[in-house]
Design a protein around this ligand. Structure first.
Ligand code: ADP
Length: 446
């Protein structure tokens, strides 16, 4: 048969289904983060970048501009046309190593939105030539993530008309006996392996660059590790290998060092979340209705940029979204009832500013990085499964406002002695006062 077998692995063992859920959740979160990061997450201090290489004395060269990389003119043009002025923090150090001759292998870890994709796409585009055979291969965990990468290749490479991309993902076909002649292949491990070994449509013998993206999501998926390793083994020894991951732990590193021989390892630590730049307030109410009313009052008085509102339950989130919409606010609701595609669409609209308010539950927001909000509203204070104050979640929600010198605002709703206790615990935990706000004089907070 010419059609590749579906890439999905069957859930055989008892734990299989659960594992697959985890893998899907990881891939979904990754996709949602991509939808949110149309902008770069900037890092400020220099100490957060950590580089490990075989010879610790070999000098590290970092670049402050794309010119220094001596890219092909057409490629540099593409980079600038994307609005990139200067390399991101991770790109400053990674790009000179990735572009070096002889090429260096790399394992790089940094959170989503820091410029990893742009870095390896640039590397692939700079290493391929116009010859019509596969020269760069990038593996991603899902169809959607592969398509996202392809979009970046097409955009960055739009002034390189002779460079083409082929997707080795479910739904795509190769003809019987066809030899793939595009220079850049982006695929999922299963389909790519089929095209290479079973159908013999992809010739790996002249590959110059091999890239494994979202390695942490990859290893959560049954079979992806083995398939990736089988592909990697067929690559010529001179092929440059690189692996990217948003998280870093032993399982990721074990896999990473198996597929990337002799690597330079680069890690960019997350910017610390802190409450130091954030004004925290609470509003005392007696019930849900009153909370919603106070929220309206606040909205009526102060100009709020983009706000994110957290509710404890899906029901509350739905209720509040409906109510605020009725009052004429443009509200986006990130709800568990939506498919991942719909959630991506919601986040894209919000990110683009089409809606100023995003209402969500904690469960929905888990693993997603929203950086651009100016106000965080805890319509319900965060509690764990036992109903206890969840300080970590509080910090994670609030710590995203007030970044890069901007000051942020957090408003907490308290509706009785229980939630007052929770607020006190949070306040003591961080040692930072949460001031009472009377919504009648909300102007004060501007
Ligand atoms: P990651 O792969 O780490 O999630 P991306 O490469 O997708 O990060 O970059 C995140 C966002 O930042 C993308 O929208 C991308 O276009 C943008 N971006 C990447 N590099 C730069 C840069 N040097 N300057 C400005 N924006 C950038």
């Amino acid at each position: 048969a010419t059609a590749p077998a579906p890439a999905a692995a069957p859930a055989s063992a008892a734990g299989g289904v659960e594992k697959e859920d985890d893998a899907k959740e990881a891939a979904d979160a990754s996709l949602l983060n991509k939808a949110l990061h149309s902008r770069l997450i900037q890092h400020t201090s220099t100490s957060q970048l950590e580089v490990q290489q075989k010879d610790p004395n070999s000098p590290l060269h970092s670049v402050k501009s794309f010119e220094e990389l001596r890219l092909k003119q057409a490629l540099l043009k593409g980079v600038y046309e994307m609005g990139f002025n200067a390399p991101s923090k991770i790109q400053e150090t990674a790009l000179p190593l990735l572009m070096a001759d002889p090429p260096k292998n790399m394992i790089a870890q940094s959170q989503s939105g820091t410029g990893k994709t742009a870095a390896f796409v640039l590397t692939m585009l700079s290493r391929v030539d116009n010859n019509h055979y596969p020269q760069a291969l990038c593996l991603a965990p899902t169809y959607e993530l592969a398509i996202q990468i392809g979009k970046v290749v097409e955009e960055m490479g739009k002034n390189l008309p002779d460079i083409n991309v082929r997707y080795a993902v479910r739904g795509q076909r190769v003809q019987r006996g066809e030899k793939v002649n595009q220079q850049i292949i982006i695929g999922t491990p299963g389909t790519t392996l089929d095209w290479c070994l079973k159908l013999r449509s992809i010739d790996l013998s002249r590959m110059k660059v091999f890239c494994l993206d979202e390695a942490d999501v990859m290893i959560a998926t049954q079979g992806h590790q083995d398939q990736s390793i089988r592909i990697q083994k067929k690559l010529p020894s001179a092929c440059q290998m690189m692996l990217f991951s948003a998280t870093y732990d032993n399982t990721v590193m074990k896999f990473a060092t198996t597929v990337v021989p002799d690597p330079v390892v680069i890690r960019l630590r997350r910017e610390e979340e802190s409450l130091s730049n954030i004004k925290q307030y609470y509003v005392l109410c007696s019930n849900k209705e009153e909370k919603a009313e106070s929220l309206s009052n606040i909205y009526g008085t102060i100009t709020i940029g983009q706000a994110m509102i957290f509710c404890q339950t899906k029901r509350n989130a739905n209720w509040l979204a409906e109510r605020m919409t009725r009052e004429g606010h443009a509200v986006a609701l990130l709800s568990g009832d939506l498919t991942v595609e719909q959630r991506v669409a919601v986040l894209e609209r919000y990110r683009a500013g089409k809606e100023k308010i995003l209402i969500t539950t904690n469960v929905m927001a888990r693993g997603i990085d929203i950086e651009q909000v100016t106000v965080v509203v805890n319509f319900d204070l965060p509690v764990d499964m036992n109903g206890q104050a969840d300080c970590e979640t509080y910090l994670h929600r609030i710590g995203r406002t007030g970044r890069f010198g901007k000051s942020g605002l957090a408003i907490n709703f308290v509706d009785g002695p229980r939630s007052m206790d929770i607020m006190k615990i949070i306040e003591n935990h961080f040692g930072r006062q949460i001031e009472r706000l009377y919504t009648d004089d909300a102007e004060e907070i501007e």
